[in-house]
Design a protein around this ligand. Structure first.
Ligand code: UD1
Ligand code: CA
Length: 455
């Protein structure tokens, strides 16, 4: 069988009224990715060659977000919001250009999967002209009902237009629909707006096709897959489902999650087999972890790579543009920002390492700070291999420290240090014999006198 082409029409012209946001609804994020981009990515994964997105006037930002994952996506504008069929026809040129399968999806269903798209196509290959994504709803109120006669799908009746008998139907329309390209325009152009909402309903395609003796199929989908987000609470529900999926996928890949329900992923987090993740770890976008890495409780990582055998946390923060080398230890209350730690670097406690490159085997003492920001600009700190940075060292960037340097505790280092040197950047210690004991006695006497006076 020759491969069939897939064209996706993504509807995203509806503004979410209940989000109370300056941002268009479909750009709200789930697992750090806009909802509409999740849908586009699933379509792309399902093998779509062509993706058209229908947006409201002035919503180039929505088109641009989709283009970030599907560069060839084309944007269409629906100027008046006259219903789902009207929205689809805003992309008339894309429908006319489609050769085989068309899937219409909504931009506010971030949980839809590539598998659902694939399953909707199957009946098209077998001769159906339209396929609805159906599910058994616990509460069908608000959904279109899928009406059947025998095993034929004859109509989808919108909730507001349904008679009492139709309202009792619990098989509902999930919203996603597949159409055969050859029949799409004749069917869509036949849709009118004589209904309860005065809208052009995409779902009327079903009744029109059935009346023309064309075959319509229903594919049963998971209700979670087609869940639409209309409010902040539903956004949180979608996030919860997505997090469960991401946790399962990570464990499927061989990562141990000690307390999976406390670990939060971004859509693109990549763990490897034998990554170990303790409780309460949060991943921002762009994290990739190699095998054998341990990430202990309460660590936060974003935009970084962590090489094999490294140990992160507890209570570590790795910020974007950081590279953590093999067998590195980053301990509690250590912040790493735009910094590369090469193999076996240890920064075990209380440090800020920003805009730095730290060479293999170097030990960073507690309280070490790179002063990378002078109030106007950021500057780099480059530290060589096998350096010993004592505790509470202040490294004033720009700064270059050679290999095998020893920096004494408490130093403020402001000038470059050559290989093999030892550097002291602190005041000389002064010792006054007996002076301490005398002061302590004086103080004790003063306090006793004050107390006797009733002070
Ligand atoms: C739609 C279905 C309904 C189904 C339900 C599932 C129709 C007529 N009804 O109803 O059978 O049970 O989804 O959630 O299709 N949109 C536009 N322009 C418009 C109208 C809508 O772009 O003029 C977009 C919206 O942004 C949204 C999607 O189409 O993403 C669905 O529109 P909505 O009005 O929410 O349809 P429902 O009433 O939920
Ligand atoms: Ca809806």
């Amino acid at each position: 069988m020759p491969a069939r082409n897939l064209s996706i029409i993504l509807l995203a012209a509806g503004e979410g009224t209940r989000m109370k946001s300056m941002r268009p609804k479909v750009l709200h994020e789930v697992a750090h990715r806009p909802m509409v981009v999740h849908v586009a990515a699933a379509a792309h994964e399902a093998g779509s060659d062509a993706l058209a997105i229908v947006v409201g006037p002035g919503r180039e930002d929505v088109v641009a977000a989709v283009r970030a994952v599907v560069p060839g996506a084309t944007g269409f504008t629906q100027y008046d919001r006259l219903g789902t069929a009207h929205a689809v026809l805003a992309a008339r040129a894309a429908i006319a250009a489609a050769s085989d399968d068309i899937i219409i999806a909504f931009g506010d269903t971030p949980l839809v999967t590539a598998d659902t798209f694939r399953r909707l196509r199957t009946p098209l290959a077998a001769g159906a002209v339209a396929v609805v994504a159906a599910f058994e709803a616990a509460n069908p109120t608000g959904y279109g009902r899928v009406l059947r006669e025998g095993d034929r799908v004859v109509a989808v009746r919108e909730d507001k237009d349904a008679n009492p008998q139709e309202k009792r139907v619990t098989l509902c329309n999930g919203g996603l629909m597949a159409l055969a390209a050859s029949q799409a325009l004749p069917l869509l152009d036949a849709i009118g707006n004589a209904n309860a909402k005065g809208e052009y309903y995409l779902t009327d395609v079903v009744e029109i096709a059935a009346q023309r003796g064309l075959r319509v199929a229903a594919v049963t989908v998971d209700e979670a897959d087609i869940m639409g987000v209309n409010s902040r609470a539903q956004l949180a529900d979608a996030e919860a489902v997505m997090q469960r999926r991401l946790r399962s996928a990570a464990m499927e890949e061989g990562a141990t999650l000690v307390a999976p329900e406390t670990v939060f992923f971004a859509h693109d987090t990549r763990l490897s087999a034998d990554t170990w993740v303790g409780p309460h770890v949060v991943f921002g976008p762009g994290v990739s972890i190699e095998t054998g890495v341990e990430i202990h409780a309460f660590s936060h990582l974003a935009g970084c790579t962590v090489a094999r055998g490294a140990r992160i946390g507890p209570f570590a923060r790795i910020r974007p543009k950081s590279r953590i080398g093999a067998d590195v230890h980053v301990g509690n209350f250590v912040e790493v920002n735009r910094t590369a730690l090469q193999t076996k670097v240890e920064a075990n406690h209380l440090a800020y390492l920003g805009d730095a490159t730290i060479g293999e085997g170097t030990n960073v003492g507690a309280g070490t700070i790179t002063c990378n920001f002078d109030g106007a600009d950021k500057h780099p700190t480059v530290i060589g291999k096998h350096v010993f940075v004592g505790s509470n060292v202040t490294l004033v960037a720009p700064l270059k420290i050679g290999d095998e340097v020893l920096i004494a505790a408490g130093s403020t280092v402001t000038a470059d240090v050559p290989d093999s040197a030892m550097v002291f950047g602190r005041a000389q210690q002064v010792v006054k014999p007996e002076r301490g004991k005398a002061r302590i006695r004086d103080n004790r006497i003063k306090r006793a006198a004050r107390k006797a006076k009733g002070g």
